[in-house]
Design a protein around this ligand. Structure first.
Ligand code: ADP
Ligand code: NG1
Length: 456
């Protein structure tokens, strides 16, 4: 069985940071923590907005993470504090966890993880814990700070109670419980958080969850750059509108094909049911869907349901009032992007001639599709991607949900220094607000390890 590691020594490279977190804990709670838990952020190399449609994605964990210093208690209370004064302390009873979807406070993400584990384990009289949180994952930037927080809370709750869940169980529980905050993501972030291995990118497949090592190309480095535009996914409806557009596209095609449309909410499930390949699916999109946006009235007519029934079968709480859906463009992106993921893996494995150029092209095609078909980019992010390409990247694309946040670029190893200084000059130094953030916003990265516990 594959459980998250429980280590007895904090690696030397992390010691000074963990000492500071321990000090913050001690100042607040008057005692030492009994363990640390850590959960990494991630960068998705390719496969955007397709996990919740059931398709495989290709992320790797990054060095930036969320760390909890934890001391279990017998009072059945959760007390959450943060090293960043921006985030206020919070306390509640473990038996009375409520999460307000309309107002995504920082501590709700932690409560999602605790609640998910409690529901899964179903044990009576669980122990609560006091903790101090410290995060280095840039927030609302597509590097999955929210899931790092959820997963870190889940693994802390597990360890505080002496329970055991495998990496797969934790991935599934956390993917499900992050929905309590309102975003209906597909599970990529939580899966890579637990399944990551140092030095390895992973192909993550869903239903059933499976992770496979991916050969990264030799001679290139992945560089992350933040556009410095933030979008909190739970506080806005942009993300869930895309989730719902995918569902409606799937259901309309299913109905046209005489299938049980109500049960076919994911484009990946639809493809399985139809038994055809991804190229065929793009042809089906072109023949069954129209390019113009669908009004809610038209969707209801096609599916032969009332708006109330559509709300129940398909919509989410924050998309009930959406009146227009772009189905053709969203579905086309999903099938083409799903194809690019498998191409990326295949080309990397074959190490074919020109492999770097071909992988770079796939990344750039992915960005174009996110920008034009999925409409989840942002003008500043497009500007950043253009600068990255001119600065020597072989491919560059938005990573994570988008609407701002980070780009990931593939850069020949020998050109990295020149690339970094060009992007620094042309994107960050042109504006004081960006210049102030450059150190935490522009960095080369390599695959980091997954969530772990350090007993002290
Ligand atoms: P991301 O793309 O980073 O997952 P989200 O918008 O989904 O972005 O979630 C970001 C939110 O997660 C923040 O607004 C904050 O509430 C919470 N969060 C992330 N990291 C931390 C942290 N270190 N401390 C407190 N809250 C955090
Ligand atoms: P970010 O932007 O990192 O929160 C979100 C989703 C992923 C995936 C990507 C887009 C959550 C927790 N995360 O990631 O599942 O759909 O967008 O590929 O909802």
């Amino acid at each position: 069985m594959d459980y998250p590691p429980i280590c007895s020594v904090v690696p030397t490279s992390l010691k000074s940071r963990y000492d500071k977190i321990r000090d913050a804990f001690k100042t607040r709670f008057g005692d030492d923590p009994s363990f640390f838990a850590k959960a990494p952020g991630r960068v998705n190399l390719i496969g955007e907005h397709i996990d919740y449609c059931g398709y495989a994605v290709l992320p790797m964990a990054i060095e930036q993470d969320v760390v909890f210093a934890v001391r279990p208690n017998d009072s059945e209370k959760i007390t959450l504090t943060n090293t960043d004064p921006e985030f206020q302390d919070f306390e509640c009873s473990i038996n009375d966890i409520s999460i307000d979807k309309s107002n995504p406070k920082w501590y709700y993400y932690a409560l999602c993880g605790v609640k998910g584990v409690l529901e899964h384990c179903g044990e009576e009289h669980p122990r609560g814990f006091s903790c101090t949180v410290d995060g280095t994952v840039p927030r609302s930037a597509g590097l999955s700070s929210s899931s790092a927080l959820v997963c870190c809370a889940a693994i802390s709750m597990i360890h505080a109670n002496g329970w055991k869940l495998t990496k797969k169980e934790l991935s599934n529980v956390c993917a499900y419980c992050e929905h309590y905050i309102g975003t209906e993501g597909g599970g990529m972030d939580q899966a890579i958080c637990f399944m990551a291995q140092e030095g390895k990118a992973k192909l993550i497949e869903f239903n059933p969850l499976k992770s496979t090592d991916v050969q990264l190309p030799e001679g290139a480095v992945f560089v992350i750059s933040n556009s410095c535009v933030e979008l909190n996914k739970a506080a806005t409806s942009d993300f869930n509108i895309r989730v719902v557009e995918g569902r409606i596209a799937s259901q309309i095609i299913a109905k046209a094909k005489g299938l049980d449309w109500q049960s076919l909410k994911r484009l990946g499930d639809l493809q399985k049911k139809l038994g055809v390949d991804l190229t065929n699916m793009t042809n089906i999109v072109k023949s069954e869907l129209h390019v113009e946006p669908y009004s809610k009235k038209e969707v209801c007519q096609i599916l032969d349901v009332t708006p109330e029934e559509l709300a129940k079968t398909t919509l989410s709480a924050n998309t009930l009032t959406v009146e227009s859906f772009k189905l053709y463009q969203r579905a086309l992106h999903v099938f083409e992007e799903a194809h690019r993921v498998w191409e990326f893996k295949r080309l990397g494995e074959e190490q074919a001639p020109d492999v770097l150029k071909k992988l770079g092209q796939l990344m750039s095609d992915s960005h174009t599709s996110c920008r034009d078909l999925y409409e989840c980019s942002h003008p500043d992010l497009d500007q950043l991607v253009n600068i990255c390409m001119k600065a020597g990247a072989l491919g560059s694309r938005l990573t994570g949900a988008g609407w701002g946040g980070c780009a990931v670029s593939m850069v020949p190893t020998e050109d990295v220094e020149l690339f970094l200084s060009t992007v620094r000059d042309q994107f960050y130094r042109t504006r004081p607000d960006r210049a102030a953030m450059v150190t935490s916003s522009l960095f080369a990265t390599r695959p980091a390890g997954g969530a772990a516990v350090f007993v002290v």
